[in-house]
Design a protein around this ligand. Structure first.
Ligand SMILES: Nc1ncnc2c1ncn2[C@@H]1O[C@H](COP(=O)(O)OP(=O)(O)OP(=O)(O)O)[C@@H](O)[C@H]1O
Ligand SMILES: [Mg+2]
Length: 332
């Protein structure tokens, strides 16, 4: 079946078209209007979605080489995210479903990120652990079986991607800062200065202390080099993920680990987790970068999986600002 996915939960408007596990089109329009504000402005995000969503869908159909009539299922992110932004995608998806006479399904954005792992050549096998590391989340999730999620740990304060963005901002780098930190870090020297690796209890994460350490360092050393600060912040931030992951693998005995969300694009993160997997005899799954940051192929894939198991969503469903994976209904 051909599924059309729609994603508008934050500042990316995205349309994806898949046929079973095969991605036919995955188009993302990132909004640059927020850059000068150093963060996402909700109303600007919603207005941009409504402007670009129709042309974006037309481009996706063209790339996929399919007619609108050939779409068998419409899948859309219904939350968590910015309400105004979500309303654009969900209203558009419902209208499209009614006009085409096709089923409609609303998907949780985080479940979408996890299904990004099912777009690669070899999807993870249950039970598996996912480190969902993005702009809004740093969660360790156990996926015991399809649609059964248990969050084993989450961040106590900032998300990892959020910390990358804030550290970038305080050094005057553009938003979102993650890719810029990675780029600058590649020219810096690890060990030239030192930031503390966060050490909260159990399987929790914390980035507030590390972020403050960078803030104080840059304030007290006005002649700092961005490259060295970036390299050593990145190293501490990522080492924290590795240390918690090692504990999670030990505690659960699970032998399959996936990385999902925007930060999993980071090459140093992939390197460190490849080494962890080799050390612990664990199978590591990471998707190509275009399926890690916000995209709609992952929303199409999650929607298709849910539809196959539970059927369509009701056309009266609402959007949600927050929704934990553990609370997701195992039905639609
Ligand atoms: N190469 C990179 N290195 C580090 N961080 C990165 C990199 N590329 C992207 N990021 C970070 O990933 C985040 C965006 O990821 P994503 O689009 O999955 O998050 P989101 O949708 O904003 O949040 P959520 O999915 O939790 O709602 C940003 O914080 C960005 O800085
Ligand atoms: Mg996301």
């Amino acid at each position: 079946m051909t599924t059309l996915g729609i994603e508008t939960s934050c500042d990316e408007t995205a349309i994806g078209i898949i046929e079973d596990d095969r991605v036919l089109a995955n188009i993302v329009s990132s909004q640059i209007a927020h850059t000068k504000f150093g963060g996402v402005v909700p109303e600007i995000a919603a207005r941009n979605h409504i402007r670009v969503i129709v042309p974006l869908m037309r481009s996706a159909l063209e790339v996929a080489g399919v007619e609108l009539d050939a779409i068998g299922l419409i899948s859309v992110t219904r939350g968590p995210g910015l309400i105004g932004a979500l309303l654009v995608g969900v209203s558009f998806a419902k209208s499209l479903a009614i006009s085409l006479g096709r089923p409609f399904i609303g998907v949780n954005h985080l479940e979408g990120h996890i299904y990004g792992l099912h777009l690669g050549d070899e999807p993870p096998k249950h039970p598996y652990l996912v480190l969902l590391v993005s702009g809004g989340h740093t969660d360790f999730v156990l996926v015991r079986e399809p649609f059964a999620y248990q969050t084993l740990g989450r961040t106590l304060d900032d998300a990892c991607g959020e910390a990358f963005d804030k550290v970038a901002k305080l050094m005057g780098l553009p938003y979102p800062g993650g890719p810029y930190i990675e780029q600058r870090a590649a020219q810096g020297r690890i060990g030239r200065l030192q930031f503390p690796i966060p050490r909260p209890d159990g399987l929790s994460f914390s980035y507030a202390g590390l972020k403050t350490a960078v803030l104080y360092y840059t304030r007290d050393h006005p002649d700092y080099t961005i490259e060295d600060v970036a390299a050593n912040f990145q190293e501490a931030a990522l080492e924290h993920l590795v240390q918690v992951a090692e504990r999670a693998l030990e505690a659960t005995g699970v032998k399959c680990l996936g990385l999902a969300g925007g930060v999993s694009v980071n090459r140093r993160l992939r390197e460190k987790f490849t080494a962890l997997a080799a050390r612990t005899g664990v199978r590591l799954h990471v998707s190509p970068p275009e399926f890690c940051t916000d995209n709609a192929a992952m929303i199409a894939r999650a929607g298709a999986a849910r539809f196959a198991r539970f059927g369509p969503s009701d056309l009266s469903i609402d959007v949600v600002a927050r929704e934990k994976l553990d609370e997701l209904q195992r039905s639609n």
